[in-house]
Design a protein around this ligand. Structure first.
Ligand SMILES: [Zn+2]
Ligand SMILES: [Zn+2]
Length: 474
């Protein structure tokens, strides 16, 4: 039997550990927390395998761990719980690349109104034209109804991570700071009694003076000493939105807004705070208490600009799909795949197949309750590890050492069986699977077990027992 042999490991708390691990098998490493399991597998074995691999390519850079040698080393892939992508823009959709395939489907089959004649069109029916502009290419298409040329809505516009695709208001983040009206204005008070929290002393008198001039300008009664809660709709619009308030324009279309402050060019509580936010940032003194983080008012949290947001495929917008569970997304992909006619199907079949494959793998690791737009920073360690594991499923690689650290963490017990199948599958492809795990079902599935201990820290670091589960039980 070929083995992967660690000789004389002394890293961390390891007490000169020498261990032969069978290749092409599943070996589970048990033992109390801190007994040295991940030191042995990750810090010693994975690091030394990687170092030897690089050395064979005449590359250096990884310091040798405290181990005499590792015999029978193979390329090692550690699929761990930590080291999450801390980029807030990384989502399940971008990390798995499912979003990329979905964007392609929307580029090919997106339906949206023609900007010239308003007729609904499908990108698949339009004749295209590509023009070179400097270093860039611009893609145009012609409306089948009116024949006019327009910009094609391309994959970049279906990505919130590109300048072209992101909602301009929130830059693709889906949320934005906005004014918390209730925090800024106490409607039980009048202007004079301090309704607007950040109007103080002389500044309050000044603001009330401008408000009064604005009331005169619009011919509204000035609400002196009236609590804001008792203002009429136009007075409230003036207070919150200022002299440019849409409600004022609508109600008094013949009155142009005042040009000068002295004439009543009152700015309004909300525009003023937003202006200060823009000029000085959210941490500027006197702004922060009146701001809340909420779904972006422009895209409603959908992150895309108007063109990417508006297009539909099979009646569904891209942001709606990003919001659904991956299980529901898989059902949508199957439906689109079944309903598409020949030529359209040919345009997207590779992308649909790619999505089906990836979604099935994510289902196999029990994660199809996630949504595409779920930020990876919010995933638990177990979820993140299984998401990474899903990426190596069906991999063509063999002869690889896979190292997993408690892949059942946070997994529903009913999904353990599926995880065990995955480990067996990796093994049957000719890989060596090493799992740090306490779950009994996983231990039962192991071909070989290693128990490290007996205690933690200085009391650990030794191989206490190894063999089959029956050997260890005895
Ligand atoms: Zn048209
Ligand atoms: Zn937005």
């Amino acid at each position: 039997m070929s083995t992967l042999t660690i000789v004389g490991a002394r890293e961390g708390n390891l007490r000169d550990v020498t261990l032969a691990i069978p290749k092409n098998k599943i070996t589970v490493f048990a033992g109390v927390s801190g007994s040295g399991k991940s030191t042995l597998l990750v810090d010693v074995l994975a690091t030394e395998c990687q170092r030897l691999h690089l050395e064979a390519l005449s590359m250096q850079g990884i310091p040798k761990p405290a181990v005499e040698r590792v015999r029978g080393a193979s390329p090692a892939i550690a699929i761990l719980q930590d080291g999450a992508n801390r980029n807030p823009r990384s989502t399940v959709g971008t990390a798995t690349d499912v979003y990329t395939a979905l964007r392609m489907v929307f580029e090919k089959l997106g339906e949206y109104p023609c900007p010239h004649c308003g007729e609904m069109l499908c990108a698949a029916d339009c004749v295209e034209e590509t023009e070179r502009v400097g270093d860039d290419f611009r893609v145009y298409q012609f409306c089948p109804a009116c024949g006019e040329r327009m910009d094609k809505v391309t994959r970049t516009e279906f990505s919130f991570n590109t300048r072209e695709g992101a909602c301009p208001a929130c830059e693709g983040m889906g949320e934005a700071l906005s004014v918390d009206r209730a925090a800024a204005v106490d409607e039980s008070l009048s202007r004079e009694d301090g309704a607007v929290a950040f109007w103080q002393a002389k500044y309050r008198e000044y603001q009330i003076g401008v408000f009064r001039a604005a009331s005169r300008h619009f011919g509204l009664p000035d609400p002196a000493r009236v609590p804001v809660g008792a203002f009429d709709a136009l007075q409230k619009a003036l207070l919150y939105e200022g002299a440019e308030a849409p409600a004022l324009k609508e109600a008094l279309p013949h009155v142009a807004p005042p040009r000068k402050v002295a004439d009543g060019r009152f700015e309004g509580v909300v525009p003023l705070l937003m202006r200060r936010l823009g000029e000085r940032g959210p941490d500027a003194k006197g702004v922060r208490p009146y701001l809340v983080r909420a779904a972006c008012p422009v895209c409603g949290g959908e992150r895309l600009g108007p063109r990417g947001r508006g297009a539909t495929v099979a009646g569904t917008q891209l942001p709606q799909l990003a919001n659904r569970s991956l299980r529901e997304l898989a059902a949508w992909v199957r439906r689109v795949s079944a309903e598409l006619g020949g030529p359209r199907r040919a345009m997207v079949k590779d992308y649909l197949l790619d999505m089906e494959t990836k979604l099935a793998r994510i289902g196999a690791v029990g994660l199809d309750y996630l949504t595409l737009d779920r930020a990876t920073v919010t995933l638990s360690g177990g979820e993140l590890q299984r998401l990474r594991l899903s990426a190596v499923l069906d991999s063509e690689l063999s002869g690889v050492v896979y190292i997993l650290d408690e892949p059942t963490a946070g997994l529903h017990p009913r999904d353990t069986e599926g995880l065990v199948d995955i480990l067996r599958n990796l093994r049957d492809l000719g890989n060596t699977v090493l799992v740090i795990e306490h779950d009994l079902d996983v231990m039962r599935a192991a071909d070989h077990l290693v128990d490290l201990g007996p205690g933690a820290g200085a009391c650990g670091g030794r191989v206490v027992a190894e063999g089959s589960l029956a050997d260890l039980a005895a």
